[in-house]
Every structure is written in structure tokens, then in C-alpha cells.
Ligand binder design. Sequence first.
Ligand code: FAD
Ligand SMILES: O=C(O)[C@@H]1CCCC=N1
Length: 388
Amino acid sequence: MSAEGEYDCIVIGAGVQGSFTAYQLAKKNQKTLLLEQFLLPHSRGSSHGQTRIIRRAYDQDFYTHMMEECYELWAQLEREAGVKLYRQTGLLVMGPENSESYQQFKVTLQRNKTPMVVLTHDNFSQHIPNVNLAPGDGAFVDISAGVLFADRALRTVQGQFQKLGGVIRDNETVTNIKPGPVVTVSTSAGVYRAKSLVITAGPWTNKLLAHTGLQLPLEVVKINVCYWKEKVPGSYNVKRRFPCFLLTEGEEAKEHIYGLPSNEYPGLVKICYHMGSETDPDQRDKQTDRSDIEILGRYVTRCLPGLVPEPAVVESCMYTLTPDRHFVLDCHPAYINIVIGAGFSGHGFKFGPVIGKLLCELSLGEMPSNDLSPFRIRRFHAKTKSAL
Ligand SMILES: Cc1cc2nc3c(=O)[nH]c(=O)nc-3n(C[C@H](O)[C@H](O)[C@H](O)COP(=O)(O)OP(=O)(O)OC[C@H]3O[C@@H](n4cnc5c(N)ncnc54)[C@H](O)[C@@H]3O)c2cc1C
Ligand SMILES: O=C(O)[C@@H]1CCCC=N1
């Protein structure tokens, strides 16, 4: 399509997934429009903030496999744009030695021959100072893991997309979608048409899908992003090689607790709980539940004695959860030219480059370069509401 307002593909949502999808489409010479409801950059979705963890450590092989290509794609983007987006720190994984969850993480890395170091109670504090390893807990380090500079990554991929001729229209909310062989998308500022549409709207996915008669079993939760003050400045700093860490489960909670070394805010360590309370994305700040912060405070007191056990800074972010915590990467069940990337369940940032590639392949009708069976919509069966 070449007339004004007509595109090969329209992508809705300029978070990490929509931005990488638009970039991949432009790389394949597709005339692409990326629509974003807020002025960019913004902090109202799931992709904002300075940092995210990148890791191969997972409890399922398919994520560890996807990360192989993903590390290469991150490095390729760094080279292409001449910016640093990743810093290797390692990821310390801890959890009850005999628990299923901890063992699955460990065994998945071992099976995939991922570089790792197993720590013992005897040598733990020599390698990882200022952390108490609970009795009965095991620990290992995923060596290639580290920190992604999230805001910078978003700016970079959007910039590369524009350099390839892609168009970003921000401050423009999509208000309607009319499916068909040519999809019509109405916004607060205009009407656009395209051969295909990709919906990567994060917490707003079901609001947009309502225009297409589909609802997915997605739950949106608010996450309190907590930063904890070092008692002795520098003791958990990235420059002192303090790693990212992940507690598979523990005394305080069933869900993960995870953290990143102090870096973006001097003297403050980012530690979060991998769950929050339900929210409407347009009313995020009305959700004031702090039970996750109480859980974190107890954990910090017990295991991170060098931190003040109450957060110095609390920011907000949102997860869009699926029931099984796996992503949705699929075509719309009724409209093959509408592609959905959703439900990243609080762990999707690191996969951005590979998800962009897969959603691009789906929208071009190509054979996906990864097995998408864990990510198909049909796995939800009865939970998928359809008015079609
Ligand atoms: C606190 C926190 C910590 C995390 N830590 C990690 C981590 O360490 N490692 C990791 O890999 N992942 C992590 N994640 C998860 C990761 O950040 C998300 O999976 C990812 O950002 C999801 O991106 P997205 O593009 O799907 O959604 P979003 O970033 O929310 O993007 C969706 C976009 O669509 C736009 N939009 C919605 N509706 C419309 C409309 N009608 N019109 C136009 N635009 C619209 C929104 O404004 C938004 O910009 C974390 C998430 C949080 C919240
Ligand atoms: O995806 C990640 O690495 C982080 C840490 C573990 C829980 C979710 N997000």
C-alpha cells in the first residue's frame, strides 16, 4: 500500500514488543506505522524504567533456547546503533535446594550447557558478600546474565525504526479497529489502513481486542518497584560486581523475589516481588496495596543485612499475566492478518528482539522461526471469550 494513511502494517503500542516488531517489519521493507496513545517516552505501561534483567536461567527449556538468538539480536542492535544496552553481571539464583522450582532452574541450565557456577554454603559469602543464604537453600550463578538498559533500549530501537523509514505517531489513541482483508484503524487523530495489524498493547490488550470480538484471559496487576538504600554506600554496586539475583521461592513468599545491583540511582538497590494486585491500567495509581512491600521488607531484613529494610523509592509498573505465565504470540483466531503479542507476564523485556522477529514473521504470513506452541491462543480453550 502506498497512498497516505495506507501502510503494509500498523503496530499498536510502542512498548518494547511493539517497537521491536515495527523495527523488524521496517527491516523487511514493510511500510510500517507505530501508534502510541501517550507522548513518548512515558511511564504508564510496562516497558519504562532504566533497567531489566536478561538471563538464560529459566525453568523451561523453550525460554532458555529462545535466549540464545536473543542475546545475538541484542548485540546486533548495539553494534548497529553504536550504543551499549547490556552489562554482564551474572544472575545469582537461590531457592530451597530440594524444591521443584529451584531444581528446574538448575537442571534446565545444566541440560542446556549454559555457563554456570554452583555455590556451596562454604564458599557462598566469599563470592557474594552481604547476602545471607538461608539454611537449606541452594545457589548458583547464571554467568551470562546481566542488566539491560531498558529506557535506552526503547529509544534505540524506535530510533533505528525511524531511520529505516518507519513512522511513529505518539499521543494518538486507537479508538476502533475494523477487521477485513484491509484493516481499518481509527485513532483520536485520523484513520489508517493496512494489510496487517499487530496488537502489542500491553495492559490495554483486551480493551483493543474488544473491537475484534475477542477477549483473552489476561490479568493486569500493579507492581511496586522498590529501591532499597545501602547502609554502606557501594556494598551492592554493579561496579563491585554485585550480581542480579532471583529467589525462586522462600520463607516470605511463593512468588519470585528479584533484584538488580545498585546502578541507576546511587546507593539504591532495586528489589521487587514478582506479583502485585489487580488494576485497571487507566486507574493504576488508585491501586494502593502494599502487601508486596511488606513481603520484601521481611526478606531484606532476613537476607540482605546491608540494606535499610524499608524502600527509599517506590515507582509503579504493570504486569499483564496469563494463567500459565507464558506469552501470547499468535494470529487472531478469526482474522489471520491481525497478530497479537500479549501477556508477557512480567518477564518479556529480555525477549523483545526475538518477539519482534516472531510477530513480524506472523504478520507476513511466514513460517515462525521458533516453535510457537507454548504461546498459542488455543491453549486457553474455555477461558477465551469470543463473540465471533
Ligand atoms: C516492575 C517490572 C519489572 C520487570 N522486570 C523485568 C525483567 O527484569 N526482565 C524482563 O525480561 N522483563 C521484565 N519485566 C517485564 C517487561 O518489562 C514486560 O514484559 C514488557 O515491558 C511488556 O512490554 P509490552 O510492549 O507488551 O507492553 P507495554 O510496555 O505496556 O506497551 C504497550 C503500549 O501500548 C500502548 N497502547 C495501549 N493501548 C493503546 C491504544 N489504544 N492506542 C495506542 N497505544 C496504546 C501503551 O500506551 C503502551 O505504551 C518487568 C516488568 C515490570 C512491570
Ligand atoms: O524476567 C526477569 O528476569 C525478572 C526477574 C524474575 C521475575 C520476573 N522478572
